[in-house]
Design a protein around this ligand. Structure first.
Ligand code: ATP
Length: 239
């Protein structure tokens, strides 16, 4: 069902050792939305995604996913509940084939016809991955590795897809392609939380967005509101 609250984060505080990097962060993601999180290098965007995935501990705060308490849910349980992250810098397994990378994406699932059919769907979305299925992931271009990272996440059957800087280091045309794919995923019913330094494109794509500055949410609104916000334009769009 579209529009229902899917993920809620209240008062999240998180640190690396003694250094607190997220301060009282609250946000929500409704099912069916693309929500973009923009902010400068070091603002804490990746840390927030890792906290949602369960890879970064919380000092304080409450996270719920479809009404379930996330705080005490193990990482693999979050994945099997549909929370799947595409990490910054792709992090595909470079010494494994494309095919094996995709199969690893389905590690939390029972192997069977459904996984096979999802593999076919990934291949039809990314024909290049089918062509290169026996190639090592490390032989792919940056854009192809990003597609593989997204394809691998799709093999986990995400309902909330967490994308960390998918456009990083890619040429403009490839970025367009990746953003087009994100739009398609939304049309297929996947809810997307998109972390980007590329604020203009991320906000143009988003239903709603948040701006994170040194570990705090300083602005929120619809994508359009944020794109026309004076502060956003100056600080993140270079206008
Ligand atoms: P980037 O776009 O560079 O990934 P970001 O907004 O995602 O930036 P984070 O990577 O979440 O920011 O980093 C937030 C802060 O935490 C930064 O000051 C960073 O230096 C610090 N930090 C990140 N990872 C660690 C770590 N493993 N140990 C200590 N400090 C860290």
């Amino acid at each position: 069902e579209t529009g229902r609250e899917m993920l809620s984060i209240e008062g999240l505080v998180s640190s690396y050792g003694q250094i607190e990097v997220l301060h009282d962060v609250s946000l929500r993601i409704n099912s069916g939305e693309i929500v973009s999180l923009v902010g400068a290098n070091g603002a804490g965007k990746s840390t927030l995604l890792m906290a949602i995935s369960g890879l970064q501990p919380l000092d304080k705060g409450q996270m719920t996913f479809e009404g379930k308490d996330l705080n005490r849910m193990a990482v693999d349980k979050r994945v099997s509940n549909g929370i799947v992250q595409v990490p910054e810098g792709r992090q595909v397994f470079k010494d494994l084939t494309v095919y094996d990378n995709l199969r690893l994406g389905a590690y939390t699932r029972k192997q069977g016809p459904e996984v096979q059919s999802d593999l076919q769907k990934v291949f039809s979305k990314f024909p290049i991955l089918e062509q290169k299925r026996e190639n090592l992931a490390g032989e792919l271009s940056g854009g192809q590795q990003q597609m593989l990272a997204i394809g691998r996440a799709l093999m986990a059957k995400p309902r909330l897809l967490l994308l960390d800087e998918p456009s990083m280091g890619l040429a403009p045309l490839i970025v367009e392609e990746i953003f087009g794919i994100i739009r398609e995923l939304k049309e297929e019913g996947i809810t997307v939380f998109l972390v980007e330094q590329n604020a203009s494109q991320a906000l143009a794509l988003a239903d709603r967005g948040y701006v994170l500055e040194t570990g705090r949410v300083v602005l929120e609104g619809t994508g359009r509101e944020l794109l026309s916000n004076e502060k956003v334009r100056e600080a993140y769009l270079g206008m």
